[in-house]
Design a protein around this ligand. Structure first.
Ligand code: IPE
Ligand code: MG
Length: 229
């Protein structure tokens, strides 16, 4: 979700107004994903690098996250949405962590769309934490070095149990991953759309899904037509 600040700037509004509109776009995207029958939607809400933004903006973003969970949790729960949070939980503010845990706990049994919120998330940090866990298991004699492979590391990631993303969409025209799901997106289709996040409508979402459907995914193999023909 990129471009909240520029959306506001374009209108001569403070950046925080862009973030506010961004929350509305989140609601629309969650609804559209549910309608499209998507099983997992991951939103990059706040990166481990976003803490370097001015304190007022960080506070605005924290306030919006808190308001979103307080205001929308009941409705998401009623819509059978399951919430998972990925990212480091170390040193999280005491007014944030309990809310995230509550959102996960309340919706644990839900079987509809899984909404994965990447908060205080950075892929390199996630992979490093997973490596640390494997090292600790080896040190404790619960794992041998030979058993460390891609599957073993994958199991220690924050996304354990969540399938790899098929499609990664970034808004605002920037064409980079910026430390998002670096491991999991190894074979993801990438789509960069010019619209700023607050302008990300269901129409743009569905058009993105159509673009995805036309992509030829080979996972390092050969074209399916070449195999059968
Ligand atoms: C994305 O919009 C929102 C978050 C990081 C939460 P930005 O705040 O990055 O907006 P730009 O990139 O400055 O336009
Ligand atoms: Mg940005």
């Amino acid at each position: 979700m990129d471009g909240n600040g520029r959306w506001a700037q374009q209108r001569g509004l403070p950046r925080t107004m862009g973030h506010r509109k961004g929350v509305e776009a989140v609601r629309g995207a969650v609804r559209a994903a549910g309608e499209a029958g998507i099983a997992y939607l991951t939103l990059f809400a706040f990166s481990s690098e976003n803490w370097t933004r001015p304190e007022t903006e960080v506070n605005d973003l924290m306030g919006l996250l808190k308001a979103f969970i307080r205001r929308d949790l009941a409705e998401l729960h009623a819509e059978n949405v399951r919430i998972r949070v990925i990212g480091s939980r170390e040193n999280l503010r005491s007014d944030i962590l309990p809310l995230l845990l509550e959102a996960e706990e309340t919706t644990r049994q839900n079987s509809g769309l899984t909404l994965v919120i990447a908060f205080n998330y950075g892929a390199r940090d996630e992979i490093a934490r997973a490596a640390k866990k494997l090292a600790a298991m080896v040190a404790e004699g619960r794992l041998s070095t030979d058993e460390i492979d891609a599957v073993a590391l994958d199991r220690q990631l924050d996304t354990r149990g969540i399938p790899d993303p098929d499609l990664v969409i970034r808004t605002s025209g920037e064409e980079r991953l910026s430390n998002f799901l670096l491991w999991q997106a190894a074979y993801a289709e990438l789509l960069f759309v010019p619209e700023f996040w607050p302008d990300f409508t269901r129409e743009i979402f569905f058009a993105a899904l159509e673009t995805y459907a036309r992509r030829d995914r080979r996972f390092g193999g050969v074209k399916s037509a070449a195999v059968s023909g």
